[in-house]
Ligand binder design. Structure first.
Ligand code: PBG
Length: 311
């Protein structure tokens, strides 16, 4: 293939960094690329994400890909809606960044060092419920905006701390701002956090094969498939915030031989903001089944809670 690959990207620092990474990998493999900026309603609005809905950042990019204005679209995987777009193919999931959430706090403080009453900013209901469940007496406040706008609230003294995706800071070169990377046992990331989704048109099999061979990482793809399957199954059963993290781990079979397994944890908040948690391991070849099983466990736990004891 010797045509130039047009890579659609949003204009934010985070999006530009993500699509440049993809462009560089393709260039290294000997292909010509061109970045094409696509503006999305999510970039133009300052309303909370919970109001403007999922897909605001990704749908305009998907439209320009489906209509042939670009050949490749790069998304933060966690921003994609769970319903597949039949016009597009998920050609590659590159090696995932560290998926953890991160704390950026004044004076280098960690979560445990923040005194009760400290103001902590995050716009994500998933982070809010997990922060509140820690029982630290933090005052959680909604915030939005790009990475720099959010961090300025801490450096300006308006907030004591913010919580955001470590991967976002890594991609814009601001890892040094992090005062603590949060343990997933306390703060499970959003499904697919830290991963990219690289899409092409479903009929463009040349580009699909090219993207797959140059940058697909099967362990990242497997983990994300399990997390997204859990999210999709839960969305069908409730609208509560969801956290999930899966990873391929080394394990021993009955004969003591090393095998790969997929290990997974999940969390969902109930309506009164109690957290339900579950963990499971399964075959790497049945990632989506593992995710659906986790969702069933969590929905059963929720039903048992709603029924109350003794019924
Ligand atoms: N919801 C916005 C968004 N989409 C992707 C990232 C960061 C990069 C990633 O998680 O892959 C962020 C910022 C954040 O949650 O702090």
């Amino acid at each position: 293939m010797n045509k130039t690959l047009r890579i659609g990207t949003r204009g934010s620092a985070l999006a530009m960094s993500q699509s440049s990474t993809v462009a560089e990998e393709l260039e290294r493999a000997g292909y010509a690329t061109e970045l094409v900026r696509v503006s999305t309603p999510g970039d133009r609005s300052r309303a909370p994400i919970t109001e403007i809905g999922v897909g605001v950042f990704t749908s305009a990019l998907r439209e320009s890909l489906a209509h042939g204005e670009v050949d490749v679209a790069v998304h933060s995987f966690k921003d994609l809606p769970t319903t597949p777009d039949p016009r597009l193919s998920l050609a590659a999931v590159p090696v995932r960044e560290d998926p953890r959430d991160a704390l950026v706090a004044r004076d280098g403080l960690t979560l445990g060092e923040l005194p009760p009453g400290s103001a902590v900013g995050t716009g994500s209901p998933r982070r809010v419920s997990q922060l509140e469940a820690l029982g630290l007496g933090l005052e959680v406040r909604g915030i939005r905006g790009n990475v720099d706008t959010r961090m300025r609230k801490v450096t300006d003294g308006e907030l004591d701390a913010i919580v955001l995706a470590r991967a976002g800071l890594a991609r814009v070169g601001r890892l040094e701002m992090i005062t603590e990377s949060l343990d997933p046992l306390q703060m499970l990331p959003a499904p697919a956090q830290g991963a990219l989704a690289v899409e092409c048109r479903v009929e463009d099999v040349d580009t699909e094969h090219l993207l797959q061979s140059v940058m697909d990482d099967s362990a990242s793809r497997t983990a994300v498939a399990a997390e997204r399957a859990m999210l999709a199954a839960l969305e069908a059963g409730c609208s509560a915030p969801v956290g999930a993290l899966a990873g391929v781990v080394e394990d021993l079979d009955e004969d003591g031989r090393s095998v790969q397994r997929l290990s997974m944890r999940g969390v969902v908040a109930t309506d009164d903001n109690e957290l339900l948690r579950a963990s499971a391991t399964g075959e790497t070849t049945a990632a989506e089944q593992l995710g659906r099983d986790m969702a069933d466990q969590l929905l059963d736990a929720r039903a048992a809670l709603l029924d109350g004891p003794g019924t």
